[in-house]
Ligand binder design. Structure first.
Ligand SMILES: NC(=O)c1ccc[n+]([C@@H]2O[C@H](COP(=O)([O-])OP(=O)(O)OC[C@H]3O[C@@H](n4cnc5c(N)ncnc54)[C@H](O)[C@@H]3O)[C@@H](O)[C@H]2O)c1
Length: 468
């Protein structure tokens, strides 16, 4: 579906008119194009608060790209990344005035009390007006719940408020995220840094991600991270599911595209376009979990990635909602996922270092009028991810979820105009996301290098005001 206002506001005539009337101009977001450099192109700035423990590892990741790297005057980052084979220059004077910073990393893990939070001001204040269009900011900290000292835990928790506010201030399609890294998980940061410093995270902002130690640290080909992997995507015949299937196939996976038999024609077309295969099943049917197990074990000797994307809405206010509508939504969106996971796990059909990725919704976080059934199902998906994350991780399997906001699909095209416009604009990007934005986030979770991510719920919502 087209966002006519976005197109108009960015045309030469529209731009002048929109600016003249003082209306917001949604930026044109940079998105990843297959084959282009993984990192966003442009100047990169790195800094840290004294005592930071994550900067050196971030420096090693930056050494894998060829953008110029800067730091600010007297920043301890320079000494911390000495061993990283990086040429780091100091940004000051005229160079600072002219700077357009595309990526910024700040290691805040050394902030151990509230007074030291001023380090955030020291580093960001002089540079914040120099963030480029579609720039990327990543702040690194320690998982507060795992920090023993109360003052340090308090200070690390404060980073959330800072990051989310920064996301709202920088605008121009730029994003800000906070990565909380557990002690011992430093080497697991790379897949997340690569994702959040690239155009792949175009519609993800203000998010907080927790990274844990993992025995899996695969050396992967970053251009084709899913090579040799088998993925199953439910609801793959259109919309977000189709985009997920295409992105996972682009990243090298063989994708089994699953959808209801009524969608056979569209499903075949998607599978054919990406060299995948099809499975026509209704996920609500009692026999479906076993059919999936039989298929993946019989044809592929197991599964590496399952994406629970299929979902339905049957909106009515609760007083008007029949039990049938209630049950249909809970069953497709939640119970069927539980049944499929159980069947795959008990048949040991998921391979080691496998990924379960669920599609929740901001409706499940914020609630929504007319969606008691849908919001319950999507909040239940979050519950399912959080309840199983630790036990699955012990079996070498990760489970995470994305929670899309307003994404331009057939589902949102059906929303009445006024509500649709509000949904589109009420976020830091002033626009809806595209199915590919959800798909890129899922591909990051799916990567064999993302073993440190478990139990995360990442919103793909342009930092929507809803449920924030
Ligand atoms: N579009 C958005 O803005 C948005 C926002 C938040 C969450 N989501 C979630 O993202 C997912 C995809 O949404 P979409 O907008 O692409 O929806 P869509 O309606 O365009 O596609 C859903 C797909 O799931 C399939 N499906 C439905 N019931 C099924 C069943 N019982 N068995 C097998 N397949 C079934 C459909 O045939 C369809 O191909 C859903 O889980 C939805 O709740 C979407």
């Amino acid at each position: 579906m087209n966002d006519h206002y976005l197109a108009f506001a960015n045309s030469s005539l529209g731009r002048a008119l929109v600016e003249g009337l003082g209306l917001p101009r949604p930026p044109v977001l940079e998105r990843y194009v297959a084959g282009s450099p993984a990192f966003s192109r442009g100047d990169c700035l790195i800094g840290m608060a004294a005592g930071g423990e994550l900067c050196e590892q971030a420096g090693h990741v930056l050494a894998a790209q060829d953008n110029p790297v800067w730091t600010v005057e007297q920043d301890p980052a320079r000494a911390a990344i000495q061993a990283c084979e990086l040429e780091v220059k100091v940004l000051r004077g005229e160079e600072l005035e002219k700077a357009r910073l595309k990526t910024v990393i700040f290691d805040a893990s050394g902030i151990r009390n509230s007074a030291a939070l001023s380090e955030l001001h020291r580093f960001f204040h002089p540079v914040i007006r120099h963030i480029a269009e579609c720039g990327r900011i990543v702040i690194l900290g320690r998982i507060p719940e795992l920090v023993e000292d109360a003052a340090a835990r308090t200070a690390q928790r404060a980073l959330e408020g800072f990051t989310r506010s920064l996301g709202k201030e920088i605008r121009k399609g730029a994003t800000a995220q906070l990565l909380y890294v557990a002690a011992g998980a430093e080497k697991q940061m790379e897949s997340s840094l690569r994702f959040f410093l690239s155009p792949k995270s175009a519609y993800v902002s203000g998010q907080v991600v927790r990274i844990y130690p993992s025995a899996h640290l695969a050396a992967i080909d970053w251009q084709s991270p899913l090579s040799g992997k088998v993925a199953l995507v439910t609801g793959a015949s259109r919309g977000i599911g189709e985009a997920i299937a295409r992105v996972l196939a682009r990243d090298g996976a063989h994708v089994i595209c699953l959808d209801v038999p009524q969608a056979e024609k569209e499903l075949q077309a998607v599978a054919q376009a990406i060299g995948g295969s099809t499975l026509m099943l209704n996920i609500s049917d009692a026999k479906t979990p076993q059919s999936i197990v039989d298929h993946v074990v019989g044809k592929h000797q197991g599964l590496d990635i399952i994406v629970h994307n299929a979902g339905i809405t049957r909106d009515k206010t609760l007083g008007r909602m029949s039990l049938e509508l209630w049950n249909a939504v809970i069953d497709v969106n939640l119970s069927s996922e539980e049944r499929i996971n159980e069947a795959l796990l008990s048949a040991q059909a998921l391979r080691h270092n496998a990924r379960i990725i669920c599609v929740s919704s901001i409706s499940g976080i914020a609630g929504n009028l007319g969606q008691t059934n849908y919001a319950s199902s999507k909040a239940g998906v979050i519950g399912m991810v959080q309840s199983h994350a630790q036990a699955y991780a012990e079996q070498g399997i990760t489970i995470n979820a994305v929670a899309p906001g307003f994404i331009e699909t057939a589902m949102t095209a059906a929303i009445p105009f006024a509500i649709r416009e509000a949904g589109r604009r009420m976020n830091s990007m002033s626009q809806g996301g595209l199915p590919v934005d959800v798909a890129e986030t899922i591909a990051w979770f799916a990567s064999p290098a993302s073993g440190g991510l478990q139990g995360n719920i990442v919103r793909v919502c342009g930092q929507s005001l809803l449920g924030a």
